[in-house]
Write a protein that binds this ligand. Sequence first.
Ligand code: ADP
Ligand code: F6P
Length: 326
Amino acid sequence: MSDTVKTVGVLTSGGDAPGMNAAIRAVVRTALANGMQVKGIRRGFAGLLEEDIVDMDTLSVSDIIQLGGTILYTARCLEFKKAEYQKKGADICRKHGIDGIVVIGGDGSFQGASRLSENGINTIGVPGTIDLDIACTEYTVGFDTAVNTAMEAMDKLRDTSESHERCSIIEVMGRTAGHIALWTGIASGAEYILTVEEYDGNISKIIEKIQTRRKIGKKNHIIVNAEGVGNSNEMAKLIELATGIETRATILGHIQRGGNPTCKDRVYASAMGAKAVELLRDGASNRVVAYRDGEFVDYDIQEALAMEKGLTPYLSHISRKLTTIN
Ligand code: ADP
Ligand code: F6P
């Protein structure tokens, strides 16, 4: 591995997240400010294996900080899980003079990053995922925008739900993690928040609560359901059948991944992108940038991946007090 990185490669991998462009911009501008060259690798590890690599200069990241998505495109590349392709990826880096890489993505992408590091390329991860499911960090690029998007959608759904005196189930993303559900549920004043971490699968308890609430005059009922819990349409049928209240399920889907990043996503993504390059400049490898206790810090990738993350206990606690399920 090189002590002094001369050329930084940057790629985005896994699901896109608003703020990834701000991170790319910070990587490029910080590298240039430190006298390094920068190459953009398009479409994640897939693009690396296909040598889809472009030179980047300061102008190539102009006017992108406000944009959702990723100008470098992203992909999932199953081949990269195999050792032979990881070695090939490192060889391609060397062929293009790339001696340091910043990988912006989630847990899976960090596994790939770690393999590149083992194959001799200095590698730093930046947590980019709307799911907030990376244990070592309290912030991931895109989460803030995603929860604001979902919250706005829920406000709109509440209007129509109230007018029709309906029950609405809103399914949010998050893979197997309930952070998006918990945050948007609290923010939108949902009556019920169902997360993989806490929901016991007992629909009859919810039905009972809806019936009680209807009797005391509650017109609409908002249930936020995490995608890991799933079955929103099935749940809607069961609730309607048992309560006689018209029930609709809305699956918010990929809309949560799009849109202009919030101020927080732009600023934190910029800090993380810049920090990743500073780590490369200082000779680090196999590290992931994180935000903890008000500071931008870094961890060994394998140590970071071994950490476990649950929902923030106090948020869970208050959500039980503020919703109908308690
Ligand atoms: P995320 O990075 O958001 O968690 P994925 O889990 O889909 O998304 O991973 C993104 C990409 O990272 C995969 O398509 C693959 O190219 C790479 N990757 C995932 N797991 C591994 C692994 N165990 N070893 C090497 N590369 C991996
Ligand atoms: O990891 C981000 C995420 O949006 C998850 O919340 C969701 O489960 C998944 O990606 C969806 O992936 P795809 O873009 O392949 O449909």
